[in-house]
Design a protein around this ligand. Structure first.
Ligand code: FE
Length: 221
């Protein structure tokens, strides 16, 4: 979502496709107008962009989940009062005033959606992915959650119940995935590496990043 980086002008590039997408161009135009009219302060924009590009993102949620996996007391606190347990790690702020943790088990898998718009726990997951905000996801997650999970490459046992949680402006949900059985003895830092954004929304499972590439931007052919 950077709006401040301009690729260096290179005459050799003329005639080739621009690396700037149409949406980026529109964002820049809008930003320019807002700044020129004095509605926004560019310095404040830079701070916000830095926060959501570098400091806030799924790595925060991965920290929470990994800690819960390794520390029973923290796990109990997280399940009892997620907002406080998460805030204790410094993850606070907009769109995270009331967070509820829901834990996956063999019997119940949790899936988070916002049927109304795009409510999402920003302090732990950052900004929502495009698909999370899409009408097909928002409607199908409720009507056919198993089908949605299948689209994400996730086939759950037939006897695992899928519970769908509808986020609101008041309550945001964080899915605590099941810890993979082959990770006993792993450090919290190692565990963080396998906690993906999607598994904290419920559309994925934890695992080695290259094995769980279904993030909407696969790098492998
Ligand atoms: Fe919403």
């Amino acid at each position: 979502m950077s709006t401040s980086q301009t690729p260096p002008a290179d005459p050799a590039d003329h005639g080739h496709a621009s690396e700037i997408s149409e949406i980026e161009l529109r964002v820049r135009a809008l930003e320019t107008v807002l700044v020129e009219k004095g509605y926004v302060d560019p310095a404040a924009l830079d701070v916000l962009i830095d926060i959501y590009e570098h400091r806030v993102g799924p790595h925060n949620g991965a920290h929470v989940v990994a800690k819960a996996w390794n520390e029973p007391e923290y796990h109990a606190w997280l399940m009892r009062d997620a907002t406080s347990a998460i805030a204790s790690l410094g993850y606070i702020g907009s769109e995270g005033v009331h967070i509820v943790a829901v834990e996956n088990t063999r019997r119940q898998h949790n899936l988070v959606v916002c049927t109304l718009c795009s409510c999402y726990p920003w302090p732990v997951l950052g900004l929502p992915p495009v698909w999370y905000k899409s009408a097909p996801y928002r409607s199908r997650a409720v009507i056919d959650p198993r089908g949605v999970l299948r689209d994400f490459g996730l086939e759950l046992p037939a006897d695992t119940e899928i519970r769908v949680w509808d986020s609101t402006a008041e309550i945001r949900y964080l899915v605590v995935p099941m810890r993979p059985p082959d990770t006993q003895g792993w450090s919290e830092r190692e565990l963080r590496e396998i906690v993906t954004r999607d598994c904290m929304i419920g559309t994925g499972l934890p695992g080695p990043p290259d094995r769980l590439a279904r993030q909407g931007h696969e790098r492998h052919p």
